[in-house]
Ligand binder design. Structure first.
Ligand code: GUN
Length: 283
């Protein structure tokens, strides 16, 4: 049996069309959503991500301002820019592309963004709201993962969910979102001694580690929903996920491809968060 491929690109387009409708409604009320994106240094992957975010904004009628700063930017300069964007009424969302080059202190920058403009959902206030199950801006990739699971038509409630990876950006927020949907959730990480025993229990398996081929078909429960968050560039230049797609798709019930799965959904959810940030700021 071959798994159903969950088409992240198609789902992202649906989300973006909904967001476009919201943007048009705001435009009729004289409001143009504004997103400020800050990119420090010249990391090639970050440059591609930022360009894609800019392109999506253009498609949807969101005004994007991209600040491309040199890697030599100081902490003080970056903080001054954040303060200015926090105070700018035309800027509804602020995103600082991570990772920041050393020696910039990422955490202090994340904490400085006003929570209501934090479209990444990384500010401690927004993460605290997530932990308490209160409304708030959710991190984009985890929110996109939940939409992809929904699209697979498998209910989270009562299911065994396994998250591989415990990052602040993906693993931990996904854990909370699945828990909120009443899943029984286990988080595995680099110190988990017997990964395969745990992953084979999963009705819903989310893998976000950054290691090509970490999970293969022998580690997947027959019929499981597999969400592959990894983006790994092989020496050949080919981009693959953390899941060995060809063996996993023989076993899984549904699986996201890389590319074309989680990636497009992250950007779509960022667009959605930007409109949500506008609504938060206008009450
Ligand atoms: N770098 C990798 N993923 C992300 C993300 O979701 N947001 C930001 N700001 N930087 C990232």
């Amino acid at each position: 049996m071959s798994a159903k491929i969950i088409d992240g690109k198609a789902l992202a387009n649906e989300v973006k069309q909904q967001v476009k409708g919201e943007v048009e409604k705001l435009a009729a009320a004289g409001i143009v959503p504004g997103l400020a994106v800050v990119l420090v240094g010249d990391d090639p992957a970050s440059q591609i991500y930022v360009r894609n975010k800019e392109k999506s904004c253009q498609e949807l009628g969101i005004k994007s301002e991209v600040y491309r700063l040199p890697a030599t930017t100081t902490q003080e300069e970056l903080e001054t820019l954040i303060d200015r964007l926090n105070a700018d009424p035309h800027v509804h969302g602020i995103l600082v592309q991570l990772p920041l080059p050393a020696p910039l202190r990422e955490k202090e920058i994340t904490d400085r963004i006003k929570p209501e403009k934090d479209v990444d959902g990384f500010h401690p206030v927004n993460l605290g709201r997530l932990l308490r199950g209160e409304p708030g801006i959710r991190p984009c990739t985890p929110a996109g993962i939940m939409e992809l699971i929904k699209a697979s038509r498998v209910e989270v409630k009562g299911r065994e969910c396994v998250v591989v990876g415990r990052s602040n950006i993906v693993g931990k927020p996904v854990f909370h979102l699945l828990l909120q949907e009443h899943g029984t959730v286990t988080v595995c990480h680099s110190r988990t001694p017997d990964l395969v025993t745990v992953t084979r229990r999963a009705d819903i398996l989310v893998v976000a580690v950054g290691k090509a081929g970490l999970i293969d078909g022998t580690m997947v429960k027959p019929g499981a929903v597999v969400i592959d968050v990894g983006v790994n560039r092989l020496p050949s230049g080919k981009v693959v996920g953390d899941v060995d797609f060809s063996s996993a798709q023989e076993v899984a019930g549904a699986i996201t491809p890389v590319p074309g799965g989680v990636g497009p959904m992250t950007i779509a959810m960022l667009m959605k968060n930007t409109v949500e940030a506008v609504l938060l700021q206008y009450g």
